[in-house]
Design a protein around this ligand. Structure first.
Ligand code: HEC
Ligand code: HEC
Length: 155
C-alpha cells in the first residue's frame, strides 16, 4: 500500500470555519470525515491521540505498518487509511531533523513535538497514552484543552 501525498501540505488550518467543541484545533469541513474515521478506528484500544503530538512522519509510519501495530493486526481498508492520513497530515507537522540520524519517534514520549506542547510540565519518564488523562480529564471527548484544576489555576 502507498499513501498519496499532495504536492504541498495543506496550510489553511488557521482559516478553518467549522468548529467542533473539544478538539485542540477546529476541524475544517474537508477533514471532518478523516477526523471521524480516525476516532472510529483509532480509539478502540487506547485514547485517540491528538495528531500534533507526533510528527507527520510518525503517523505515516504507523499507517503504513497498520497490519503490525504493536502486535495487533488492524483491519482497516486502504481508502479509509488514506482519508485518515489526510486528516493526520493536516494536523501534524513534518519532522525537521535536528541531526542527520534523528529517528522518527514511535512513542509519544520520544516526540519533541509532544514535549514542545508542554513547556510548563515536568513530564513523567514512563509517560504513555494512559497517563494523559491524569492532567487532561477530557481525553475521552478528544479534548486536550481542558486541564485539571491544579493546572488550570496555575496558568
Ligand atoms: C487493536 C487495538 C489497537 C487499535 C485499534 C489501535 N491501536 Fe494504537 N496501540 C495499540 C497498542 C497495544 C499500543 C502499544 C501501547 C500499549 O500497550 O497500550 C498502541 C500504541 C499506539 C501509539 C503510541 C502510544 C504511546 O503511548 O506512545 C500510537 C501513536 C498509536 N497506537 C496510534 C494508533 C492509530 C493511529 C490507530 C488507528 C489506525 C491505532 N493506534 C489503533 C493498540 C491499538
Ligand atoms: C502532568 C500533566 C500532563 C500530562 C501527563 C499530559 N499533559 Fe498535555 N498538557 C498539560 C498542560 C499543563 C498543558 C498546557 C501547556 C503547558 O502549560 O505546558 C498541556 C497541553 C497539551 C496539549 C496542547 C493543548 C492546546 O491547548 O493546544 C496537547 C495536545 C496535550 N497536552 C496532549 C497530551 C497528551 C496526548 C498526553 C498524554 C500522552 C498529555 N498531554 C499528558 C499537562 C499534561
Amino acid at each position: 500500500m502507498s499513501l498519496v501525498v499532495a504536492a504541498k501540505p495543506t496550510a489553511s488550518i488557521v482559516q478553518a470555519t467549522t468548529v467542533i467543541s473539544g478538539p485542540v484545533d477546529p476541524i475544517p469541513e474537508r477533514h471532518q470525515q478523516g477526523y471521524k474515521l480516525y476516532l472510529e478506528n483509532c480509539s478502540g484500544c487506547h485514547i485517540a491521540i491528538p495528531p500534533e503530538v507526533l510528527p507527520t512522519d510518525s503517523w505515516r509510519q504507523i499507517l503504513l505498518e497498520i497490519d503490525q501495530h504493536n502486535g495487533k493486526k488492524l483491519e482497516i481498508i486502504g481508502p479509509i487509511v488514506q482519508i485518515m492520513w489526510n486528516y493526520l497530515r493536516a494536523f501534524s507537522r513534518p519532522l525537521i531533523k535536528q541531526t542527520e540520524d534523528e529517528p522518527i519517534p514511535e512513542l509519544i514520549r520520544e516526540s519533541r513535538y509532544f514535549q514542545a506542547l508542554h513547556p510548563r510540565v515536568d513530564l513523567p519518564r514512563r509517560l504513555t497514552h494512559d497517563t494523559c488523562v491524569t492532567c487532561h480529564p477530557g481525553v475521552a471527548q478528544y479534548d486536550y484543552r481542558t486541564l485539571t484544576p491544579e493546572w488550570e489555576n496555575s496558568l
